[in-house]
Write a protein of this length. Structure first.
Length: 219
């Protein structure tokens, strides 16, 4: 049993028009290809991997932007790397944010680059918002991301493959939609708060029944 759930009513896909409005409010264009990742800037979360992958596609996909929310000890290093690789204007360092739902809804895809992960809520929320996921291949991500179904798992050394997958989704609206739809369905089926609560209730009911039987046995 897993105790983590997502509020699928709060994290949901939005219509094209609403997406455009949200983007305009946050200073982005309809044509921008927005890739989102929210995580602390530390060694495990490995944002450098995403910045390097973006640098490989920014000439071919000039409207690609990497939105990185979060703070942490490696934030300045990541800013320096973006400058060094010539993508300073394409990587947005958003700092600490408490409007992750809004940022997900206006994005095209979600990324996750950590080396190790439990069951990552950020990926679950992105899937619930109908976003395809490109994630590093680790235990937590494998639980959620199924290759060619709702996204891809990439070894976190393979910058070329990461950039290739970013490019495929930037150019293929249909695939993006399919992955997004499959991801949301998977979350609704297994990880919505409702399902997780029902699961817990079932377990507690069983426990209570066993307790009752024990009491009778003691009498």
């Amino acid at each position: 049993m897993h105790g983590v759930g997502v509020d699928t009513d709060l994290y949901h896909p939005i219509k094209h028009f609403n997406k455009s409005v949200l983007r305009a409010e946050n200073g982005y264009n309809e044509q921008d290809f927005l890739m989102f990742y929210a995580a602390e800037f530390n060694k495990n979360k490995n944002q450098q991997f995403l910045i390097k992958a973006l640098a490989l596609i920014h000439n071919e996909i000039p409207n690609a932007k990497l939105l990185l929310a979060g703070e942490g000890e490696l934030l300045e290093d990541c800013k320096m790397l973006a400058r060094k690789l010539g993508v300073k204007g394409k990587v947005e360092f958003l700092g600490y944010r408490n409007d992750i739902g809004t940022l997900l809804k206006m994005s095209d895809i979600a990324l996750a680059s950590s080396s190790r992960e439990g069951l990552p809520v950020n990926v679950m929320e992105a899937m619930s918002c109908g976003l395809p996921i490109i994630a590093s291949n680790n235990r937590g991500h494998r639980e959620l991301v199924k290759n060619d179904k709702n996204g891809w798992l990439i070894n976190s050394e393979n910058t070329e493959l990461m950039s290739e997958k970013m490019m495929i989704l930037a150019k293929n609206e249909e695939l993006k939609k399919d992955f997004g739809k499959n991801g949301r369905q998977a979350i609704k089926k297994k990880y919505s708060i409702e399902n997780v609560l029902n699961e817990k209730i079932d377990i507690y009911s069983l426990y209570m029944e066993e307790l009752e039987e024990l009491k009778w046995a003691v009498h």
